[in-house]
Design a protein around this ligand. Structure first.
Ligand code: ATP
Ligand code: MG
Length: 439
């Protein structure tokens, strides 16, 4: 096994080589995907991140030293290959490479803990145990190429619209919403927690005069449930903007989701094909469904739900059966939303909170926020929390806080809607759930 010397550098990715490169000398770097030894001729498929290319070794017509190396190859070993491109009707991209030199950088042990060529299907737990191998499959790497495109579009979108990207702390002294879903940690001689949301900090950025901010970062939730849509560590795309109401920021969310879908559809054609997803670009405004009407619709499907309750899983499913694609749920009862949500002025039992749903999946929650110091103190106390525990947050409301609104969009859940996946674990490189903390 050799080191990488300066005279070995990739000349092409496999997907860049086709008939037009016939007779050229190329250098490829990649993994041994498959070996077929027919005696007189050996075929080796080499894989890199974006494709496959065939190495063809006619045993009588190549350098015996090169042939020795070809015979040493094992599946999933990492090699460098120098050779001549030749047209070949049957091979991927219509070309094959006749080797002139091979470097074996790393031999893979056999047998492999799982099969990255997808011939043998593995259960999700086996796959996650050997995630580095699982990620070599195009059906899996496609999910992350789409996620990368999504995150890139999100940043571009916010930058284009005058938002500042911020980074708020993830080591925090108290709960955002006073919930129990927090991971306590030891912080020197004190107790601290992992942040469940950047909520309080992004609001403080409004008092700071930053006007429009966004953050893409980890959120941590000590949720005990073992579902297909919850993880204990997730990525949240958060925004907050001053002098805007809930309707204004819903429009921003609507535009962002559409832009991401347009870009993914345009730039991830191969990935969508691999995943067998036919992405539809939603047109215009997403449908807006009031909480009141949702309750009636859910009850009409014989799923009992009282006004004032949060949506149960059964309720989400019933609603998902009646609603297509993306839609907003609005005018939530104030009681079941966090203290920082602005109540309706005329009818305070309702609020300016909304969720963005995709079929039966919640992907975002947002609201117009309470910006009045006294009202906020009252609302914290009403939730049975001690306002004094929110001292540094509340202080930012006492010296000039603009009216503001914002939302948090779950990046992993959003990616589920783009890739058609049912299990959130599929859309996270190394998912953290109740049972899994490694790899
Ligand atoms: P749910 O009701 O589905 O548990 P939530 O209302 O508790 O979600 P929010 O606090 O509103 O979640 O967080 C905003 C968004 O962050 C959610 O709409 C979702 O997309 C994402 N999110 C929240 N919790 C998780 C989690 N445990 N795993 C993955 N994504 C999450
Ligand atoms: Mg929510």
């Amino acid at each position: 096994m050799t080191r990488l010397s300066s005279d070995w550098r990739r000349s092409h990715y496999t997907k860049e080589i086709n008939e037009n490169n016939a007779d050229e000398e190329v250098t490829i770097m990649g993994w041994v995907h498959e070996i077929r030894d027919l005696g007189g001729i050996i075929f080796v498929l080499i894989r890199d991140r974006d494709g496959l290319i065939q190495l063809t070794a006619p045993t009588k017509h190549i350098d015996p030293e090169v042939l020795e190396d070809v015979k040493k190859l094992r599946k999933e070993s990492v090699i460098g290959l120098k050779g001549t491109v030749q047209e070949s009707g049957k091979a991927p991209n219509g070309v094959e490479i006749i080797p002139t030199e091979i470097k074996i950088f790393s031999l893979a042990n056999q047998p492999l803990p799982m099969d990255p060529t997808e011939k043998v299907k593995a259960e999700i737990d086996t796959r996650l145990d050997s995630r580095f191998l699982d990620l070599r499959k195009s059906s899996v790497s496609s999910i992350f190429k789409i996620k990368s495109k999504m995150l890139h579009t999100v940043r571009e979108f916010f930058e284009k619209n005058g938002f500042l990207e911020v980074n708020t702390p993830k080591l925090v002294a108290s709960a955002t919403e006073g919930g129990t879903e927090l991971f306590p940690i030891t912080y020197f001689e004190k107790e601290a927690f992992l942040g469940q949301s950047p909520q309080l900090y992004k609001q403080m950025m409004m008092s700071a005069g930053f006007d429009k901010v966004y953050e893409i970062a980890q959120i941590f939730r000590a949720e005990e449930h073992d579902t297909l849509r919850h993880l204990n560590e997730a990525i949240s795309i958060d925004m907050e903007a001053s002098f805007m109401d809930d309707v204004d920021v819903m429009k921003i969310l609507n535009d962002l989701v559409q832009e991401v879908i347009i870009n993914v559809k345009q730039d991830c054609k191969e990935e969508l094909k691999t995943l067998e997803v036919d992405l539809e670009i939603p047109e215009g405004h997403f449908e807006v469904l009031k909480y009141d009407d949702a309750v009636d619709m859910i009850n009409s499907k014989d799923v009992p739900m009282e006004w004032g309750e949060d949506l149960s899983r059964a309720a989400e499913k019933a609603l998902g059966d009646m609603m297509d694609g993306y839609y907003f749920l609005t005018e939530w009862p104030t009681e079941i939303k966090p203290f920082y949500v602005m109540p309706n002025e005329k009818d305070p039992i309702k609020s300016h909170a909304f969720d963005l749903m995709y079929k039966n999946l919640e992907i975002s929650s947002g609201a117009m926020r309470v910006h009045q110091h006294e009202l906020l103190r009252e609302k914290i106390a009403e939730k049975g929390l001690n306002p004094d525990a929110f001292g540094s947050y509340l202080k930012s409301f006492e010296y000039g806080m603009p009216p503001h609104s914002g939302w948090g969009l779950g990046a992993d859940r959003f990616n589920m809607t783009l890739t058609g996946l049912e299990n959130i674990r599929e859309t996270v490189l190394f998912p953290r759930d109740r049972r899994r903390l490694t790899p």
